[in-house]
Design a protein around this ligand. Structure first.
Ligand code: IMP
Ligand code: MG
Length: 175
């Protein structure tokens, strides 16, 4: 099936510059707290994580957690489950949960609840994108790359039905 047209919303050079700024802010906040235990939420956050991890100078470790919530649609089913767990314990660690986009907030609310039971020293959230108009559950996002309007976006890790993740820009999907 041919892919739908896309329109650039945030070009790659703007993403690059913003990720550097976030890295610098994270370095300030985590001074004296190394290592940072970064956890990327699969699969959407993997490209943001790989750039963010290199933008921080603080020593960091990387792990991944897989969850399912959206299936193939554009809106959340409201049901979240862990499909791939972390490789190691986070007890006593300073966790930075790295997400591609916060939409309804359902995914992060669930995940924070799951991770808090494992007794990390702290949990903070870094999200590349925030779509506050669609929030159903309040979530405190500590580091936001860009706040965007209520549009479905793809690229830089974000997908629609598994396509478009490798676009270097963040694009709006025109339907
Ligand atoms: P939430 O649970 O509604 O906050 O949804 C968060 C998840 O939905 C993100 O991790 C994304 O995988 C997905 N998502 C939400 N909005 C978009 C979008 O505009 N494009 C692609 N994926 C999205
Ligand atoms: Mg996703």
């Amino acid at each position: 099936m041919p892919l739908a047209k896309t329109r650039v919303l945030i070009p790659a050079d703007q993403i690059r510059a913003r990720v550097q700024e976030l890295g610098a802010k994270i370095d300030q906040d985590y001074a004296g707290r190394a290592p940072i235990q970064m956890i990327a939420i699969l699969k959407g956050a993997c490209i943001f994580l790989s750039d963010l991890a290199r933008a921080v100078k603080t020593p960091a470790r990387i792990d991944f957690i897989g969850i399912s919530s959206y299936g193939r649609g554009k809106t959340s089913s409201g049901e979240v489950k862990v499909t791939k767990d972390l490789d190691s314990s986070i007890e006593g660690l300073d966790v930075l949960l790295v997400e591609d986009i916060v939409d309804s907030g359902v995914t992060l609310t669930y995940l924070i609840h799951v991770l808090e039971q494992r007794k990390p020293r702290s949990i903070r959230i870094a999200a590349l994108l925030d779509k506050p108009e669609r929030r159903l559950r309040p979530v405190r996002v500590d580091y936001v790359g860009f706040t965007i309007p209520d549009k479905f976006v793809v690229g830089y890790g974000l997908d629609y039905a598994e396509d478009y993740r490798n676009l270097p820009d963040i694009c709006v999907l025109e339907s």
